[in-house]
Design a protein around this ligand. Structure first.
Ligand code: MG
Length: 274
């Protein structure tokens, strides 16, 4: 899946009929959010879903990890609930990630990605070593399955992410670069950030957004081309760093019909730029 082929992110709660609609719009590839735990743990349900997904005939490039209890309401809530940062949910989430990696392997998918949670900016922060240890364990499980484990960008600055990647020191730890998240979390100018972590990028989201207006709040997502990312500069920078993987459109709105319209418009914009 090279040459910046345009795909779609199927977010948490996606349905099989929606996946077929995306295929029927002519999209050849998707990233999908992992199914819920009851499906992952039930052999019959798990196998039925694998069969259904294979029958759709669309290339699944990445399995995206997600956990019940995660909320993106505002930044303190993200710190508390997302990824592996909170010790109260850490071990169960590492286990679930293992199930997701195994499910991805059964599907023939060689990339697993996650919002790992806020990585502390300073390596002497007491939460930093447990994050290196935890993400390392998760990545090693993926490695045993022949997979890369990618960190979704945005919740930390690019220099902090780069230090974290170096401390993880594993060949299969990579980056899923989301330019809008850098803006939504106020973590830094996305094109510059892409230059900093470029060598690690194995997948990219095409998403747009505007900067937060108040501290502690997230910015606002916008249809591609209508936010502050500068999608033309983003695509140009991807080319400059030699990226040739898929570009996965992510549109995080609940209205499916509107989302389909936005996906089609976003693809037109991307294909012009690519
Ligand atoms: Mg994203």
């Amino acid at each position: 899946m090279g040459n910046m082929e345009v795909g779609v992110m199927m977010s948490v709660g996606w349905r099989l009929d929606q996946l077929k609609q995306v295929r029927d719009l002519g999209f050849t590839n998707v990233q999908i959010a992992a199914p819920p735990e009851d499906v992952l743990q039930d052999q019959a349900k798990r196998q039925a879903l694998i069969n259904d997904l294979k029958a759709v005939g669309i290339d699944i490039t990445t399995l995206f990890v997600g956990f019940s209890g995660e909320s993106y309401a505002d930044i303190p809530t993200v710190v508390e609930t997302v990824g592996y940062l909170n010790p109260a949910t850490r071990d169960e989430r590492v286990k679930k990630t293992g199930l997701i990696s195994d499910f991805a392997k059964a599907l023939g998918v060689d990339k697993v990605a996650a919002h790992v949670g806020f990585v502390p900016e300073a390596s002497d922060d007491p939460d930093y070593p447990p994050m290196v240890d935890t993400v390392g364990r998760v990545a090693d499980h993926c490695g045993q399955n022949g997979q890369m484990f990618s960190l979704e960008t945005g919740q930390e600055t690019a220099p902090a992410l780069l230090s974290f990647l170096k401390d993880l020191n594993r060949d299969n730890v990579k980056v899923n670069f989301d330019p809008a998240n850098m803006i939504l979390y106020g973590s830094g100018e996305p094109i510059e950030a892409l230059g900093i972590v470029g060598e690690y990028v194995v997948s990219a989201h095409a998403k747009d957004g505007k900067w937060p207006t108040r501290s502690g709040q997230l910015g606002t997502e916008y249809p591609l081309g209508q936010g502050d990312v500068g999608i033309d500069r983003f695509v140009a920078k991807l080319k400059e760093i030699g990226y040739d993987g898929p570009i996965t459109i992510e549109r995080e709105i609940p209205d499916w019909e509107q989302k389909m319209n936005d996906l089609v418009e976003a693809r037109k914009l991307l294909e012009r730029l690519i």
